[in-house]
Design a protein around this ligand. Structure first.
Ligand code: KIV
Ligand code: ZN
Length: 541
């Protein structure tokens, strides 16, 4: 059971698929959620919060699928969020059932401001609800987490009472969320210490923390919480999530990894112990970050700690000089420790399928036979255009294959543009429509990309507004692979699309088609849901 966790290690609870997915435009379909869940399992997270089962039939199905596919005996615990409401808790219990180890995570607000204005309930009423709903959850699942929402703005004495009652009713983990990202490290550490000292039955539960980054303090808050007794950290990959996001998984994990000798004594270990503090395979961090960024369309800023493009780049002459003499002069961690490969030439035009497969396996990509065949074709095409193929090219090819959209309603068959300083940019596109018909049309625009998007719109006839367009180069050199990420808006919702190609005009057309497929998929699911029943709009930050 959950309480058997070693007191001297930190468990990582990943909420990328629940809290992370709530940020605008990060909406993922079921297949994409499953791909991320599989990668989170490879990364070694202890718990995957797979979604909010009661929120919609789609969310329920996603939690259930992840529970069945990833929640194996030696896989992570699979968890569903549930408000402290009977129907939510029952839906969560049903959705996690296929997992070998499932968890119900139920929550209710405890701060006076939430009680007065949002819940319109007294402190006594909330105490009873928390107790009753934890007891219900515990009757359905042996692993129950209780969260006191807005804990950092809750009067501590009242928080202690709620936690004591929740633990007595069967909570095996109690979570302390800094829901509005208001706390400072010293305060947060003191709050965790206060809980340890004042909740009489706290030894029967694990203390967890959950944080939002509104003041940029989320990671610092968590590290103070660890020093004061927190043993579960709730995080999201690339720090995505509500408003300024959740505490970034890669940052807090690498802080504990790189500075473990500083943290060891707080976990009762000898200071010089080299044993890892978490179960995370840090070499999977970069790959996980790229997958989440590509599928959610949430770009990673270049100077982002750990996984940003510049995180291991040294620009200043003095730094470069030092690095050449001894890397430790300016580097506190090795790029390989997060799984960043070098950009050396590994394959070329004449490399065969066997060499291609072997290198992909060495890079940690598990492609099935069909994916491998398609990836090999892409590799051959690329090798015709680009003499030397590096690990970064191979990663881009494998990622494109693994992240290829499974819901393809519109297929881009052909794109052609003509542009130049004396030309009116004109694009001709051929799309295969959801009914199988191939349609070609052309349009002019202010530039080649604008012309392509106008031509696609003429064919697809799906109204939308392009809100973001970004091109990044994955690899170096004039023949580099370029990645395009776009976001578009339709009826107040944001959809993202991503594609990579040596030709950024083609990548732009493909990224736009991918986003339209997402939009179309959500629209068709919604119309089938509204004809079958209601979609309940619930979410929690
Ligand atoms: O931020 C928050 O309080 C939450 C809870 C549901 C844990 O996300
Ligand atoms: Zn949250």
């Amino acid at each position: 059971m959950e309480t058997s966790v070693a007191a001297d290690s930190i468990r990582i609870f990943d909420t990328t698929l629940r809290d992370g997915e709530q940020c605008p435009g990060a909406t993922l379909n079921g297949d994409e959620k499953l791909a991320i869940a599989r990668q989170l399992a490879r990364l070694g997270v202890d718990v995957i919060e797979a979604g909010f089962a009661y929120a919609s039939p789609g969310d329920f199905a996603a939690v259930q699928t992840i529970a069945a596919a990833v929640g194996t005996e030696d896989g992570p615990v699979v968890c569903s969020l549930a408000r402290a409401i009977k129907a939510d808790i029952e839906a969560a219990a049903a959705a996690i059932k296929p997992a070998a180890r499932g968890r119900i995570h139920t929550f209710i607000s405890t701060s006076d401001i939430h009680l007065e204005y949002q819940l319109r309930k007294s402190r006594a009423e909330v105490l009873t609800i928390a107790e009753d709903m934890v007891a219900l959850a515990r009757s359905l699942c042996p692993d129950v987490e209780f969260s006191a929402m807005d804990a950092t703005r809750t009067e501590p004495e009242y928080l202690y009472q709620v936690l004591e009652r929740a633990i007595a009713a069967g909570a095996t983990t109690v979570n302390i969320p800094d829901t509005v990202g208001y706390s400072t490290p010293e305060e947060f550490g003191a709050l965790i210490r206060g809980i340890r000292e004042n909740v009489p039955n706290i030894d029967q539960a694990i203390i967890s923390v959950h944080g939002h980054n509104d003041l940029g303090l989320a990671v610092a808050n968590f590290l103070e919480a660890v020093k004061n007794g927190a043993r579960q950290l709730e995080v999201a990959v690339n720090g995505i999530g509500e408003r300024a996001g959740n505490t970034a998984l890669e940052e807090v994990v690498m802080a504990l990894h790189v500075r473990r000798q500083f943290f060891n004594p707080y976990l009762g270990r000898p200071a010089d112990s080299t044993a890892p503090l978490t179960r995370i395979d840090t070499q999977q961090l970069y790959k996980t970050s790229r997958l989440v960024s590509n599928l959610t369309g949430m770009l990673v800023q270049p100077n982002k700690a750990i996984v940003g493009a510049n995180a291991f780049a040294h620009e200043s002459g003095i730094h470069q000089d030092g690095i050449l003499k001894n890397r430790l002069t300016y580097e506190i961690m090795d790029a390989q420790s997060i799984g960043l490969t070098s950009n050396e030439i590994v394959l070329g035009k004449h490399s065969g399928r066997h060499a291609f497969r072997t290198r992909l396996q060495e890079l940690g990509f598990e492609l099935d036979e069909q994916e491998l065949n398609r990836a090999f074709l892409r590799f051959k095409e690329l090798a015709d255009k680009k003499k030397d193929i590096t690990d970064w090219d191979l990663e881009a090819i494998a990622n494109e294959e693994l992240q290829a959209p499974t819901e393809v309603s519109f297929r881009l068959e052909r794109v052609q543009v003509s542009c130049g300083d004396h030309e009116i940019p004109t694009a001709t596109v051929t799309l295969r429509l959801p009914n199988g018909q191939e349609v070609t049309d052309a349009a002019t625009g202010t530039g080649p990309v604008d012309a392509i998007y106008k031509a696609i719109n003429r064919v697809a006839q799906v109204s939308n507004r392009l809100t973001e367009f970004s091109v990044q180069s994955v690899t170096a050199g004039i023949d580099a692979i370029g990645e395009v990420t776009i976001r578009l808006e339709h009826q107040g919702r944001t959809y993202s699309g991503h594609a990579a190609n040596t030709d950024i005009v083609v990548a732009s057309a493909q990224a736009y088609t991918n986003a339209l497929n997402r939009l179309y998929g959500v629209q068709s699911r919604r119309s089938s849901i509204s004809s079958e029943g209601s979609e309940v709009p619930v979410s929690a930050g």
